[in-house]
Design a protein around this ligand. Structure first.
Ligand code: GDP
Length: 519
């Protein structure tokens, strides 16, 4: 067994950015990569995205695959940390993959638009993080424009997300009258020099603020100390309190201070649960789990890549591992690691890192690979789909290919399959984002030579039944569809939250959950 420097086992910082579209995730990512020296010019990430969306739909999906190869994880070094920024696709591409990626992160950065506060998609992504008690650091963006008052933003976070807030810095002015940011941890002022477009860190009394500005800041700081939260490290680590930074990704207000602060706050690789207990990153045995599978990234050959998050030990190229679910020993061949621009073959990877390995068709989401055969990571949820369709084969002659393709893509996690509880012949498919349907049809056509029709269904919610009702409990007026998932577990399909509430009221014994274990 290789021994690694303990530092390398613990200095990985693996996080994802969650946000609503247009809040500034791409811009912030780019700035972080610039500070990390991973890209040389601003615009690199954005240019690729723009290119991608300019294409036609089918091309976009292809292109999407191409792009998410390189941007599945962006790795750079900063301040002695090995930073792994997991890329979660933007809104058009919102899918179950987005949720799964969060499973591979140890913490998240939540980007809010300072003029809008907490928006819908942020809320959805936050809920996934919250369930896992992940630490959240907030970046309130776009302070170079007129935004809501910092107090309103804090209030919004507390009300909508139920998370307490601790501002790490505090803005003086915003938009055209933005003067700078007071750094509460170091007690210095970051003065924005409008002409030089630069910041200078100064003691507050040398910052040259007007009397009014000073007075307002003093009042705010006093209020924060008296009425605000005090820093509570344990609550932060449990995701009950968020550290809040104000700034502007585009204008570069407070971004580097944020990055430095975030890396100090963010946890290193967190222990992960197995049946027997917890696997610590410093454990001698290598272990990791598959959180994403991507097919056909190279159009010339039908390869599949499984993305593995390293949880413990050291990964060395060609390491022989045990694949828990198939019971096979295998050598992880051609592992790739993902730097901001290229795929590289890796020799070594440490806890928190992501490696991409060739998938001979045996991996599923949530699978464990390890040198300790007894370990099996647990706790990967199936996420509740929000769009449903009934699938039909166009030409019944191709039934075999259809079945194979469907089985394979369901297994890969492209979408979820349900069957009617009364054992009818229908097959229902569920997805988190509609793009998954497109990917499904496209891949069925191109990889299995099968054309499928999708008839969309009026449901928007799926709930796994924990306490099973007897079938006749549901009357015609309930308008509930009772189906079974691939593991035979009962699931209710419902129209919306109100519908769900009504059904729960009418059937007091019924207990449901919106995410179920993968196996
Ligand atoms: P994403 O959808 O969250 O990735 O958002 P983008 O990073 O693509 O940003 C959305 C839009 O907001 C773009 O037009 C950006 O130029 C703009 N933007 C991002 N950050 C800032 C900022 O700090 N200030 C201002 N004024 N605009 C910003």
């Amino acid at each position: 067994m290789m021994t690694a420097e303990p530092a390398e086992l613990l200095n990985g910082r693996t996080f994802a950015i969650i946000s609503h579209p247009d809040a500034g995730k791409t811009t912030l990512t780019e700035k972080l990569l610039l500070f990390g020296g991973a890209i040389r010019e601003a615009g690199a990430v954005k240019a690729r995205r723009a290119q991608q969306h300019a294409r036609s739909d089918w091309m976009a999906i292809e292109q999407e695959r191409g792009i998410s190869v390189t941007s599945t994880v962006l790795q750079f070094q900063y301040d002695g940390f090995r930073v792994n920024l997991l890329d979660t696709p933007g809104h058009q591409d919102f899918s179950e993959d987005t949720y799964r990626t969060l499973m591979a992160a140890d913490s998240v950065v939540m980007v809010l638009d300072g003029a809008k506060g907490v928006e819908e998609q942020t809320l959805k992504l936050y809920q996934v993080c919250h369930r896992r008690a992940m630490p959240v650091v907030t970046f309130v963006n776009k302070l170079d424009r007129e935004a809501r008052s910092p107090w309103e933003i804090l209030e919004d976070i507390e009300q909508k997300l139920g998370m307490r807030t601790y501002p790490m810095n505090w803005p003086v002015g915003m938009g055209a009258i933005f003067r700078g940011l007071y750094d509460r941890t170091e007690g210095v002022f970051e003065l924005f020099d409008r002409e030089a477009r630069q910041f200078r860190r100064l003691p507050l009394d040398e910052a040259g603020l007007t009397e009014d500005e000073s007075a307002a800041l003093e009042e705010d700081l006093l209020l924060l100390t008296e009425a605000g939260e005090s820093w509570d490290e344990a609550a932060f680590q449990r995701g009950e309190l968020t550290a809040v930074y104000f700034g502007s990704a585009m204008a570069n207000f407070g971004v580097e201070t944020f990055l430095r602060g975030f890396l100090r706050l963010a946890p290193g690789p967190r222990p992960r649960p197995v049946e027997q207990g917890w696997v610590d990153p410093t454990a001698e045995n290598f272990s990791g789990f598959v959180f994403k599978i991507q097919a056909n990234m190279n159009p010339n050959h039908r390869d599949r890549v499984a993305f593995i998050r390293v949880c413990s030990g050291v990964f060395d190229r060609n390491l022989e591992v045990f694949h828990r679910q198939s019971g096979r020993r295998l050598r992880l061949s051609a592992p790739q690691q993902f730097l901001a621009q290229d795929r590289n073959i890796v020799d070594r990877a440490y806890p928190g890192d992501i490696i991409g390995v060739h998938d001979p068709g045996i991996f599923h989401i949530g699978d464990t690979v390890t040198t300790e055969p007894r370990w099996e990571f647990i706790g990967f949820p199936r996420f509740s789909p929000e769009h449903f369709a009934e699938v039909e084969l166009q030409y019944t002659l191709k039934h075999k290919q259809y079945q194979r393709g469907l089985d394979q893509l369901v297994q890969e996690g492209v979408l979820q399959r349900f069957r009617p509880d009364d054992q009818g012949p229908q097959v229902y498919l569920g997805v988190v984002g509609p793009l998954q349907f497109e990917v499904f049809q496209y891949r069925m056509h191109h990889e299995y030579g099968v054309d499928v029709r999708l008839r969309s269904l009026p449901y928007r919610i799926a709930r796994w039944v924990l306490a099973e009702p007897s079938r006749w409990e549901f009357g015609r007026f309930d308008r509930v569809k009772l189906v079974r998932d691939d593991l035979g577990r009962p699931v209710l399909l419902l129209e919306d939250e109100r519908h769900l509430e009504r059904v729960l009221e009418r059937h007091p014994g019924l207990k449901v959950t919106d995410s179920a274990p993968l196996s």
